[in-house]
Ligand binder design. Structure first.
Ligand code: ADP
Ligand code: MG
Length: 362
C-alpha cells in the first residue's frame, strides 16, 4: 500500500484575541481522504482553527502546511480549501442553480462545463429538481445541501465544515451525516469538520481530535477514541463514563488498584497505570447479574437503583453502592416483562470485565 499523503499539517499554531488564547500551540496532521473531526465544547477554538486554515484569520505564530506547501501567509482565495459555514451563507436573491454556479463563473469555466458540473452536484446532494427555487423556498436541510453543493462544485481537495448540521432537526441531521460520509467517500476528498456533538463526531469521522480551551487534548481513530481514550476530559466528553478513583500499588509484581468504590482490583500484568492514574468503565460495559458474578476477570458491585431513564430501546440507570458511590449502567430493554426489575429503590448486582477498563490520566 502506498503511503497516504498529508493534506493539512498545523505546526505549533497560536492565535489569541486579547487575553483569550483561542488556539494554543496546536499541532495536527490530517491525512489525505481522512474524515477528520475536531470535537470540543462551544468556545474552545474550533472555528478559529478552521478560519486560520482557510486564511480568513491570520495566526500569531506557527505554520499551516496544505498539500506540502506552506500556506501560512497565502491569501484565502489561493488556498486549495473550501469552507461550509453553520449559517449556510447562501445568496438570498440567487436561486439554487445560480448559488452553486457562482464560484465556477468567477473561475471563467465554460457555460457547457458549468451546466454539466452543476447537474452532477445537484444529483449528488439529492437536490435535482430544485434548481430554480430561492433559498427562502427551501427547508433548512435543503439549504444546507445547497451550501454543501456550492462548496464541492469547485472540487477543492480539502473541505472545511464548521458545525454544518447543527441547525437541522435530529432525523435530518442523521440523514445528512450519512450523506456527508457517502459524498466524502465518493469524491475521495479530505473533510475536516468541527462540532460539539459527540454522536455526530463518532458516527461520521475516521479520526477525532478532542479540543479544550484552545488545546488539542488527544487525537485517535473514532473507535479508539471511545474505547481507549487516555485523558479524563476526552473520556468524559465523548460519551458517558464511570470514573473509578483510587491509588495503585505493585504487590508481588502485580498491579493492584485500590479503588475507593469497591476496594482492590487486580489489574492484568500488561496494564500500565500512569502516576495519578484513574480507571474508567463505560456504562454499556457493566452488566446486571442475576447472582453475584464470581468470574475472576470480573469486578462486581451491589447497589440500589436511584435513577432510571427509559429510552425505549435502552434504559439509563444509576445505582448507588453502600459507600454512596454512583455508577451509570446502560441496559438493553430486551424483554418487556423485565422492565419492572429497573424500578427505583430495587437492589441489584452488576459487574464488568477488567479487560474493558480504561486507563486514564487525570
Ligand atoms: P468554537 O468554534 O469552538 O465555539 P471559537 O473558535 O469561535 O470557538 O472561539 C474561541 C474563543 O475565541 C472564544 O472565547 C471566542 O469568544 C473567541 N473569539 C473568536 N473569534 C473572535 C474574535 N474575532 N474576536 C474576539 N474573540 C474571538
Ligand atoms: Mg464555532
Amino acid at each position: 500500500m502506498t503511503e497516504k499523503k498529508t493534506s493539512i499539517e498545523l505546526k505549533k499554531l497560536n492565535k489569541s484575541f486579547g487575553d483569550i488564547d483561542a488556539v494554543n500551540d496546536v499541532s495536527l496532521k490530517i491525512t489525505e481522504s481522512d474524515f477528520f473531526t475536531i470535537l470540543g465544547p462551544s468556545g474552545c477554538g474550533k472555528s478559529t482553527i478552521l478560519r486560520l486554515i482557510a486564511g480568513l484569520e491570520v495566526q500569531d505564530s506557527g505554520s499551516i502546511i496544505i498539500n506540502n506547501r506552506d500556506c501560512s501567509f497565502v491569501p484565502a482565495n489561493e488556498r486549495p480549501v473550501n469552507m461550509v459555514f453553520q449559517s449556510y451563507a447562501l445568496f438570498p436573491h440567487l436561486n439554487v442553480r445560480e448559488n452553486i454556479e457562482f464560484g465556477l463563473k468567477l473561475k471563467k469555466i465554460s457555460g457547457k462545463d458549468i451546466k454539466i458540473r452543476v447537474e452532477e452536484i445537484l444529483e449528488l446532494v439529492k437536490m435535482d429538481g430544485y434548481e430554480f427555487k430561492l433559498p427562502s423556498e427551501l427547508s433548512g436541510g435543503q439549504r444546507q445541501r445547497v451550501a454543501l453543493a456550492r462548496a464541492i462544485v469547485n472540487k477543492p481537495q480539502i473541505l472545511l465544515l464548521d458545525e454544518p448540521l447543527s441547525a437541522l432537526d435530529a432525523n435530518l441531521r442523521m440523514e445528512m451525516q450519512q450523506e456527508l460520509v457517502n459524498i466524502q467517500r465518493n469524491l475521495k476528498m479530505t473533510f475536516m469538520l468541527v462540532t460539539h456533538d459527540q454522536d455526530e463526531a463518532l458516527s461520521i469521522s475516521s479520526k477525532i481530535a478532542i479540543m479544550e480551551n484552545g488545546k488539542i487534548i488527544e487525537t485517535n481513530t473514532a473507535t479508539n477514541m471511545y474505547e481507549y481514550p487516555s485523558k479524563k476530559f476526552s473520556a468524559e466528553f465523548l460519551g458517558r463514563i464511570n470514573i473509578i478513583d483510587g491509588t495503585s500499588s505493585v504487590i508481588d509484581n502485580k498491579m493492584i488498584f485500590n479503588s475507593y468504590a469497591f476496594g482492590k482490583i487486580n489489574l492484568k500484568h500488561n496494564i500500565k497505570l500512569p502516576k495519578n492514574g484513574l480507571l474508567g468503565i463505560r456504562p454499556e460495559k457493566i452488566i446486571i447479574d442475576t447472582e453475584t458474578n464470581k468470574h475472576r476477570n470480573r469486578v462486581g458491585m451491589n447497589g440500589v437503583i436511584t435513577n432510571w431513564t427509559y429510552y425505549g430501546d435502552i434504559s439509563y440507570i444509576t445505582i448507588e453502592l453502600k459507600n454512596k458511590t454512583k455508577f451509570y449502567i446502560n441496559v438493553q430493554n430486551i424483554h418487556r416483562n423485565s422492565l419492572q426489575e429497573l424500578n427505583l429503590g430495587k437492589k441489584l448486582s452488576a459487574s464488568f470485565d477488567i479487560n474493558d477498563l480504561i486507563i486514564l490520566e487525570k
